[in-house]
Write a protein that binds this ligand. Structure first.
Ligand code: HEC
Length: 172
């Protein structure tokens, strides 16, 4: 009798453990950089990498630490930066052209010291000349995926030339 009861308890504990991740899955909440600071949502897709899925749950970009530690791997982000013509406004190494430098200490918005903040401006654009690039935010399936943007951010962090040694994005 006793063991049957224990078995029942074990089964319900197991059921809770299995159901928990489904019900309690976290979501990174995005706020546009444009006037009004409205919330916007980026949904995970079937094509998303584990890194993209992790970011959409935790707001932490796994590529940043990966690329800072491995400049060779970071080249994947540089390639995308060129492919999507970010270079036209920001220069080949993101040091600035008609658009601002993205690797110095001058941030257009304070939140750019976090990968979430940088992602919000790249994904949904700004009111001062930065277009929206995320396929979902711009409502254009030809544009960038979450993964593309995260790899670009990882490369930008790996190429950081500013003087802020605290590098807040590495503490995320
Ligand atoms: C048409 C020109 C143009 C293109 C193309 C462009 N940007 Fe921008 N970008 C800007 C401008 C202008 C700003 C400043 C916006 C502001 O201050 O609101 C900016 C700002 C940024 C910032 C914030 C910089 C900082 O120092 O805080 C990032 C990051 C960024 N762009 C990334 C990208 C990426 C990645 C791409 C390609 C997918 C891209 N940009 C393509 C014009 C451009």
């Amino acid at each position: 009798m006793k063991s049957k009861m224990a078995g029942k308890i074990a089964v319900s504990v197991l059921a809770i453990a299995v159901l928990m991740p489904l019900t309690a899955s976290a979501e990174c909440k995005f706020v546009t950089t444009k006037a009004g600071n409205a919330a916007f949502t980026i949904k995970p897709t079937d094509k998303d990498s584990p890194e993209a899925k992790k970011f959409l749950e935790t707001c932490i970009n796994p590529y940043t630490k990966m690329y800072v530690a491995d400049p060779e791997a970071a080249k994947a982000g540089k390639k995308l930066f060129g492919y999507w013509s970010c270079t036209q406004c920001h220069g080949g190494n993101a040091g600035g052209q008609t658009g601002p430098s993205i690797i110095d200490d001058t941030w257009q918005y304070a939140k750019h010291q976090t990968d979430k903040g940088l992602f919000e401006t790249i994904a949904d654009g700004s009111d001062a000349g930065m277009p929206a690039w995320h396929a979902q935010a711009a409502n254009n399936p030809e544009l960038l995926s979450t993964d593309d943007i995260l790899k670009i951010i990882g490369w930008l962090r790996a190429g950081y030339k500013g003087t802020d040694q605290s590098k807040p994005w590495l503490k995320e």
